[in-house]
Design a protein around this ligand. Structure first.
Ligand SMILES: [Zn+2]
Length: 257
């Protein structure tokens, strides 16, 4: 969790977190060169696993150039060229978080090139969907692009940051859906639980946003607590908080839990 302090790992361990996965994302500033991404990929595949391990937490990650920086096509191409050399590292689960930020043509082209890398190297895919008013259109564009892409197996793709108006489209097309818990936008615990209940917890995981804004690394354990207060059984809480993400990530062949 490159955007977080070490105390967050300690708090997560105390709250019962055994493993985390961190998508490659924005660094708080636009990087000036592919070399910046090379160092970033080293950071999330070498240093972060060690920092998490000090608290008994297993650290996994996803690699890509995120859509926010993918508007620069030349930079994106250079970054994509260096991704394959990291894919065999033990904690790398796949390609992500790729997707769309402003639904631009360039972002879509780079998204599709990442999907090709995932296909060429038999990798799982983690997809970011845009925020607020761009979300529905962006989610539809992403689902269409994946459906039209030869050989993509929807059960090996998770489309993240779904909300009430996008979750059905994602699940009905056979993809996994991710609900991101975030204090200011995306989903609150109560909204996430409503979505789980209306879809019976099928092929859905939830995650705590841990980024540069006001975000809460303990959002998942807090939501588990709210589920219990709403009368969920321990088995159902365990299914959505643990078994679902583990089932998805085990498809990588690298997630042993
Ligand atoms: Zn995202």
């Amino acid at each position: 969790m490159v955007s977080r302090v070490t105390d967050d790992y300690e708090r997560m361990a105390i709250a019962g977190c055994e493993a985390i996965c961190e998508p490659a994302f924005w660094a708080g500033f636009d990087r000036a060169s592919a070399q910046g991404f090379y160092d970033y990929f080293r950071q999330i595949t070498e240093y972060e696993p060690k920092r998490a391990a000090r608290f008994g937490i297993q650290h996994y990650c996803w690699l890509c150039i995120n859509p926010k920086e993918a508007e620069d096509m030349k930079l994106a191409e250079e970054v994509m060229d260096i991704i394959p050399q990291f894919l065999d590292r033990p904690g790398v689960l796949g390609i992500g978080e790729i997707g769309l930020n402003k639904n631009s043509r360039n972002e879509l082209r780079i998204f599709e090139k990442h999907v090709q890398i995932a296909q060429d190297h038999n990798q799982l895919i983690l997809v970011h969907t845009p925020h607020l008013e761009d979300k529905l259109k962006g989610t539809r564009l992403i689902v269409d692009a994946l459906k039209n892409f030869p050989g993509v197996d929807p059960s090996r793709v998770i489309i993240d940051h779904v909300e009430e108006h996008t979750i059905d489209h994602v699940l009905d097309q056979g993809f996994w859906a991710g609900i991101t818990l975030y204090p200011e936008s995306k989903a609150t615990p109560a909204r996430a639980i409503d979505m789980f209940e209306s879809r019976q917890g099928e092929r859905i995981w939830m995650n705590s946003a841990c980024d540069w804004g006001v975000s809460d690394p303990l959002a998942v354990p807090k939501t588990m607590q709210t589920m219990r207060k709403r009368g969920w059984s321990d088995a159902m809480v365990r299914k959505v908080a643990w078994e679902n993400p583990a089932t998805f990530m085990r498809q990588s062949g690298k997630f042993p839990l």
